[in-house]
Design a protein around this ligand. Structure first.
Ligand SMILES: Nc1nc2c(ncn2[C@@H]2O[C@H](COP(=O)(O)OP(=O)(O)O)[C@@H](O)[C@H]2O)c(=O)[nH]1
Ligand SMILES: [Mg+2]
Length: 287
């Protein structure tokens, strides 16, 4: 069958690129531990949002685990069956090794979008806007039927610089990132528009990359060599409008009992970029 240009013995396409297209900063952990905002007493607030089950709580626990050097389970991670474990607006602080002092950044977990919240997504988008501006107080229970009202005791009428959000993070399951529902993408865009209006920078993290690509599961250091992940990120970037250099991949701690440096490095290099972008916003505001 000489006319067929591809021989039967040609090797199957390789799942990995020979060189990574992005470097993982192995100094991320030390950088994050040493980070200090320019202004004394300033706290950098990072707001996580995304679908139920995307891995927001797991990311918070993972950050805590890396900083502590052991597995921590502070934010409630939900089984897929018990939907919406996060309803309360909660600020997660991270204790330094020397007790009673905290790192100068905090993470906030917004109630996850679910089918119900889509139908009432205007409420969700408005709540996020209030959270970005610092009006939502810790402990407020989100309600898909009504947005936080100005009369509510959890409404903070005069937010300080520390109450405001400095960087918005969309948390996305990598396994669904390339074929996202149009309604989800529209909601993400609406949320991004609100943030843009306030000047708040936005990034995305793709979680569960171990489930996306067997080569990554085998060795996490393959992350930025995986063709599948690169294609997924490019497709998601195109669909969501979030530039590639604002999208990061992470594998959260979820079934392991010990921390390891590969997982640590990936989480901390992403967190370092997130903090850097948020810090730029803080400094621009103070100028
Ligand atoms: N394989 C894998 N599973 C993950 C990862 N991150 C989270 N999960 C699992 O995904 C499920 C939902 O996670 P959760 O953090 O509760 O999502 P949330 O609703 O966004 O807070 C849990 O069963 C987690 O164990 C990851 O990076 N890899
Ligand atoms: Mg959660």
């Amino acid at each position: 069958m000489g006319w067929w240009p591809f021989s039967r013995s040609s090797p199957p396409p390789r799942p990995l690129l020979s060189e990574p297209w992005r470097k993982i900063n192995s100094g991320g952990k030390e950088w994050v531990k040493d980070y200090n905002p320019q202004t004394e007493g300033q706290q950098l607030r990072i707001l996580l949002h995304g679908l139920v089950g995307a891995g927001k709580s797991s990311f918070i626990n993972s950050v805590r685990s890396v900083l502590k050097g052991r597995m921590c389970i502070n934010a409630v991670v939900a089984n897929v069956s018990d939907c919406c474990a996060t309803k309360k607006y909660t600020t997660y602080k991270f204790e330094k090794e020397s007790q009673d002092t905290f790192y100068p950044f905090v993470l906030n977990d917004m109630m996850g979008l679910s089918d119900t919240t889509y139908r009432k997504k205007r409420v969700h988008v408005k709540d996020i806007k209030r959270a970005l501006k610092g009006h939502v107080q810790n402990g407020y229970t989100f309600n898909a039927d009504s947005k936080l009202s100005k009369d509510d005791s959890y409404y903070n009428p005069s937010p300080s610089a520390n109450d405001k959000v400095h960087i918005l993070v969309s948390v996305i399951d990598a396994n669904t990132a390339s074929q996202m529902d149009d309604k989800v993408l529209t909601t993400i865009k609406e949320i991004r528009d609100e943030a843009t209006e306030l000047g708040v920078p936005q990034v995305a993290i793709l979680t569960k990359i171990d489930e996306l690509c067997p080569e990554i599961k085998k060795d996490l250091r393959n992350v930025y060599k995986s063709k599948k992940l690169k294609e997924t990120m490019e497709k998601f970037s195109k669909d969501s409008g979030i530039p590639m250099n604002c999208i990061f991949a992470v594998k959260n701690y979820h079934d392991e009992t010990e921390v390891n440096s590969d997982t640590d490095d990936l989480i901390m290099s992403s967190l370092m970029s997130i903090i850097n972008f948020g810090n730029d916003f803080l400094n621009n505001k103070n100028e």
